[in-house]
Design a protein around this ligand. Sequence first.
Ligand code: GLU
Length: 405
Amino acid sequence: MSNPLQKAAEILKLKKEHLQILSVPQRVAQVNFPVKMDSGEVKIFSGYRVQHNNARGPYKGGIRYHQSCDLEEVSDLAFWMSMKCAVVNIPYGGGKGGVVVNPKELSAKELQRLTRAYTRAIADVIGPFKDVPAPDVYTGPREMAWIFDEYSKIVGKKTPAVVTGKPLAIGGSLGRDIATALGGVYVLEQIIKNLKWRDKKLSVAIQGFGNAGSNAAKLLAERGFIIIAVADSKSAIIADDPEAGLNIKALLKFKQKTGSVVNFPATKEISQKELVLAPADILIPAALGGLITPDDAKEIKAKMVLELANGPLKEGAEEILIKRDVLVVPDILANAGGVTVSYFEWLQNVTKKKWSEQRVFEELKKTMDKAAKEVWQISRKHKTDIRTAAYVSAVGRIAKAIRIK
Ligand code: GLU
């Protein structure tokens, strides 16, 4: 299934049965369920919940709504969640869900009925100590609130810990909204320290301007990085003056008002490909997976790719980047801040104690710094790329937890 898994298995001299266990999900739930549309028509939707491995704790992972979502994609994402939770050493396994739908074509009421119907369809396989969903592509606090409510009705008891990424008012955690981006920033700062790059202001291009991308832009700009180019799902722009970069605060307001980043003052519209090839020190993919091709990899100008998206590199792209000495900071480390604060939210729910924002950020920093340092050391020790090192760390931990009876 996965090249880095194989590489890690060799380095760890992993037992064959452990490799076999990790190569397939433990359970796949495929569900079809009816949803009444606003017109009165009933439509059947399909969804999945894939549970990859729970040796280290309950399955954990988001639910995405996307028209091109399929079992293969959700299975890959579930596998990556097992790895991600193990890299940052939080006591979860990996799972992922998906519904085949273009959420932009549904009204809020239809989305609510769809989310509730999907929850009923997977209710048997989820639970606060069994499998804990969360937001992913095109789902957020609103959908998590519906899942919480529907699940609680089914089990007859308010059960906030069944899902994370909830709105603050009903058991969400402070800081969860920016956690993916902030975790990525902490990892980036650690890696830069190791690389001793701090001599100049670093420039950044960001692909994707949703939750992860826009928050990363904001947090990095606040820390003195120069964001020279960004792309949302429709279009991309580059600053006229690359030394000054984009005024991210103003750009966020502009995007909120106009719905797009295009025509932001003192910028030029560029293609998505030009964004990927922009002359920035760091490229941050924060959109859907598989958008960066081997052809792009041959021409990428950045010296580092920080994967805030899950699986942004198409097969073959990473090899080329590594040959060209471009450092790839892999998704299972770079974007693990989201699930880490999900774990903090879940802890707050089960212990019925609220954490301050400061505590959330301190614990997040501790977790990400530690994981980044461990992965870096493994990569030096075994002379491997960072992704392989992250898998060595993760697979080692999972293998230790696997018990075969
Ligand atoms: N969907 C996010 C991810 O891919 C968050 C998962 C979670 O919080 O459980 O990491």
